[in-house]
Design a binder for this molecule. Structure first.
Ligand code: ASP
Length: 310
């Protein structure tokens, strides 16, 4: 399997076998991710992290992954301190970054920005979130979490809840889950349901999929509950946000009828959609999920920068 120099723009760029290969590779990277073993496979390599939108986990876990593999990182976490503030185009910023670094990680508010960057760059571009579009490396770490915590991805009942319209993590994840034959239930207010083009794509692929507005009714059958934040920053009208901001809240009372081995995930940050009391209970996996971003991003970086082993 050849990953060298490949862009990671959409999860759809990868087949099931390739995804499993990346997950397997991430599993082997765990001791290095935990700092128990040293690796220098990316020594001399430079990663540019260009973040035009806020980020905590994605940016820091990419940096950690690169540093733990002996590489270096340049970049910015706030474009207002760069020539973008002077009116530089994305294409020109990318041209510069590719002349300084061996790979580029890009987060941008515009859907399609990573594809555009990949078209302008001869170096690999990794999409770290393009507006409400896609977030493929989050999907890889989400799949890794399900595999680590449930053993298998196939045949799990996976409930996605929250903002399925603007949430890019669930757009990428839905596609990947259907590849693996999971049962997907989408729970959202009618105005925030999964976009119809994703639903029809799923149906074409023969995905097992249904929609509901009621979280209570689907909790007892869930193996994984994937909670998302209402994406306030994507609402054109603040009044529309206010109508749905507290649509769902996961607390211990709601989880009273859950399966004993339910796993609760969240790409984070959470606002108020998961009560802090859930953190202390048996179901919470979201902080561990965020840690899994390190081995996954180590696997991706080592594969696309052409050094298979970690
Ligand atoms: N951190 C995730 C993202 O960048 C989820 C979120 O912001 O709600 O898409």
């Amino acid at each position: 399997m050849d990953f060298a120099c490949r862009d990671v723009v959409s999860i759809r760029d990868f087949g099931k076998e390739e995804i499993l290969y990346i997950l397997d590779h991430a599993g082997k990277a765990m001791p290095v991710a935990r700092g128990e073993r040293r690796s220098d496979v990316l020594e001399g390599k430079i990663l540019a992290t260009l973040f035009f939108e806020p980020s905590t986990r994605t940016r820091l876990s990419f940096e950690t992954a690169m540093l733990r593999l002996g590489g270096s990182v340049i970049g910015f976490a706030d474009a207002s301190g760069t020539s973008v503030a002077k009116g530089e185009t994305l294409a020109d910023t990318i041209r510069m970054a590719e002349s300084y670094a061996d790979a580029i990680v890009l987060r941008h508010p515009m859907e399609g920005a990573a594809k555009l960057a990949a078209d302008f760059s001869t170096k690999p571009v990794i999409n770290a979130g393009d507006g409400a579009g896609q977030h493929p490396t989050q999907t890889l770490l989400d799949l890794f979490t399900i595999k680590m915590e449930k053993g298998e991805i196939a045949d799990n009942n996976i409930v996605l809840v929250g903002d399925l319209k603007y949430g890019r993590t669930v757009h990428s994840l839905t596609y990947a889950l259907s590849l693996f034959g999971a049962n997907i239930t989408c729970v959202a207010p009618p105005t925030l349901q999964m976009p119809s083009e994703i639903v029809s794509h799923l149906k074409q692929m023969g995905g097992r999929f249904n929609q509901s507005e009621s979280l209570e009714s689907v909790i007892p059958g869930a193996d994984v509950l994937y909670v998302t934040r209402i994406q306030k920053e994507r609402f054109p009208d603040p009044e529309e946000y206010r109508k749905v901001e507290n649509a769902y809240r996961i607390d211990n009372a709601l989880l009273a009828n859950a399966k004993r081995n339910l796993v609760v995930m969240h790409p984070l940050p959470r606002v108020n959609e998961i009560a802090p009391e859930v953190d202390l209970g048996p179901y919470a996996r979201y902080f561990r999920q965020a840690f899994y971003g390190v081995p996954i991003r180590m696997a991706i970086l080592s594969l696309i920068l052409g050094k298979g082993e970690i």
